[in-house]
Write a protein that binds this ligand. Structure first.
Ligand SMILES: NC(=O)c1ccc[n+]([C@@H]2O[C@H](COP(=O)([O-])OP(=O)(O)OC[C@H]3O[C@@H](n4cnc5c(N)ncnc54)[C@H](OP(=O)(O)O)[C@@H]3O)[C@@H](O)[C@H]2O)c1
Length: 495
């Protein structure tokens, strides 16, 4: 979904969008920009009034359009006017990113990730709403018309308050030297694959007890032999490394971090550390590396980044946009099923292929570490998370039941998600419930479903994520890019 047109001026975006409303979107999406501009010049005058009935009565005979011209136009407007919404989001994205670069007031500095998310919502009211955009940018008026219904219902459209940094973050063109501890595991191997294709990541050391002495496969930039690096070795090598990635099981990382900290007291060197385990996800000294929800500049400035859990990433992305509308007296219930790579390589029932055949295994039915993580980073929301493991290798499906504090409808809820994730290249908001087999090997999260019950006060949302990609290695690389000064999506295939 990379949007090359996002670099164009707002007026052009909106004008192109206006044209789209009177022609088949599929034709126009590929039409040369010069044609669009020519058509737009003819149509701009007629498209100016945005209230449909008066538009029709005042301009119908002037334009000499027949009913056959009107029908598709009318249908397009009533069918949620997707192209106009897209135009609005493009306009807003520009506004958001330009305002975020010019001012830091939209999202306040957050000393820790939990406060960060709360701060983010606290500041939604300060974020430039589409109505303020309307007054400050006349050209965007046409684009905002598509969300008037949403505003009428009282769910103020909130633009993405934490837009992606994208290429704005690209301040470093020197390759970074990377050390990977826990390189034999599933997440370590997935990261090696990404680093191999990255323009600036230069893997130097891979550590594994089991593979010591063997040559690293699947990495073509240089020849590397696996070593069994102890915390002392890591401390000794630290000045040769710009970023350490810890892909170790929970509870193993601490001696490495302590050794690095101790070494840096003497050398003054500051390498970045990204930890994939759960060990530092609740530690206020560490940035919680979920870039779509944690203030991105916090991650950029951090040298200690805890990578979120796979289930926790998809769950938080699926719940966060609705936080202001959640009925706090009820539980958010999250039913998750993962492929068995989520259980790592150490043999257990959870990655026993024979036991998993024709089977589904529930585990940690209360108090799973991700339950605590989701709740903690959603500002203490009440969460019941029940994970399962199934017979496929990679990919997670979540079904999330959310109690609402007011009656809402499916379309409005989906729009809230689309607005919240405007410009995000690793979050895709879809209508239908996404399928786990379609997310396999992709690098983002798909969120869909948005089924609302008869009361309007309960919504069920579904999400899919590849646990080894956005659930681990892709998110790790996104955090590395941010912290090391590369374009946020460098080396990542966006959705
Ligand atoms: N799998 C996922 O989907 C996923 C998603 C998100 C986050 N995570 C987290 O990422 C981390 C790695 O997960 P994984 O699935 O890649 O695990 P894994 O496949 O079991 O790999 C673990 C790695 O750590 C090394 N290791 C194990 N025990 C060690 C010890 N005591 N000291 C030093 N090295 C040790 C192993 O290599 P040697 O035994 O050869 O030394 C191996 O390279 C875990 O904390 C996990 O919770 C996993």
């Amino acid at each position: 979904m990379s949007d090359k047109r996002s670099a164009h001026p707002v007026s052009q975006e909106v004008n192109a969008t206006s044209v789209t409303t009177v022609s088949r979107a599929s034709e126009l999406r590929f039409e040369p920009r010069a044609n669009l501009k020519r058509k737009n010049a003819k149509l701009r005058h007629h498209l100016r009034p945005r209230t449909f009935p008066s538009f029709r009565s005042r301009h119908h005979h002037q334009t000499k359009w027949s009913e056959k011209h009107w029908k598709p136009f009318e249908a397009m407007l009533s069918a949620t006017s997707i192209s106009m919404r897209t135009g609005a989001r493009r306009a807003v994205r520009q506004s958001a990113s330009s305002s975020s670069s010019s001012s830091s007031s939209i999202i306040t500095a957050a000393p820790n990730a939990n406060r960060c998310l709360l701060g983010l919502y606290h500041n939604l009211s300060n974020a430039r709403s589409l109505s303020s955009l309307r007054s400050s940018r006349p050209a965007a008026q046409h684009a905002v018309a598509g969300i008037v219904g949403q505003q009428r219902r009282g769910y103020v459209a909130t633009i993405n308050p934490n837009p992606p940094l994208g290429k704005k973050n690209a301040s470093n063109n020197i390759p970074s030297r990377i050390g990977l501890i826990g390189a034999r595991g599933y997440t370590g191997q997935a990261l090696i694959d990404l680093l191999n294709k990255h323009s600036y990541m230069d893997l130097q050391y891979v550590s594994s007890r089991e593979l010591t002495g063997q040559e690293l496969q699947g990495y073509s930039k240089r020849k590397i032999i696996y070593k069994n690096l102890s915390p002392e070795d890591v401390a000794r090598l630290d000045t040769d490394i710009d970023c350490w990635v810890m892909a170790l099981p929970n509870g193993v990382c601490k001696p490495y971090i302590e050794a690095i900290d101790q070494a840096q007291k003497d050398t003054g060197h500051k390498s970045v550390v990204v930890d994939l385990s759960a060990d530092y996800r609740f530690d206020k000294q560490w940035a919680y590396g979920l870039p779509e929800l944690t203030k991105r500049s916090t991650i950029c400035q951090s040298t200690k980044i805890s990578n979120p859990g796979c289930y926790a990433t998809a769950s938080q992305l699926s719940v966060a946009p609705l936080l202001p509308f959640i009925d706090g007296t009820g539980f958010i219930s999250i039913f998750g099923v993962s492929g068995y790579s989520g259980a790592g390589t150490k043999p257990s029932d959870k990655n026993n292929v024979k036991l998993l055949a024709d089977n589904l295994i529930p585990y940690s039915l209360v108090n799973h570490i991700h339950e605590r993580e989701i709740s903690h980073h959603l500002g203490g929301a009440k969460v019941g998370f029940v994970p399962h493991v199934a017979s496929w290798f990679r990919g997670i499906h979540l079904t999330i039941n959310i109690p609402l504090n007011k009656a809402m409808d499916s379309r409005d809820i989906r729009q809230i998600y689309q607005d919240r994730y405007a410009g995000e290249k690793l979050v895709k908001v879809v209508g239908e419930a996404p399928m786990v087999k379609n997310i396999c090997k992709l690098h983002g999260v798909e969120i869909g479903g948005f089924a609302v019950d008869g009361t309007g006060k309960r919504v069920v949302i579904c999400a899919t994520i590849d646990n080894l990609n956005k659930g681990a290695s892709t998110q790790c690389l996104q955090n590395m890019n941010l912290a090391l000064g590369y374009a946020e999506y460098e080396g990542i295939s966006t959705m």
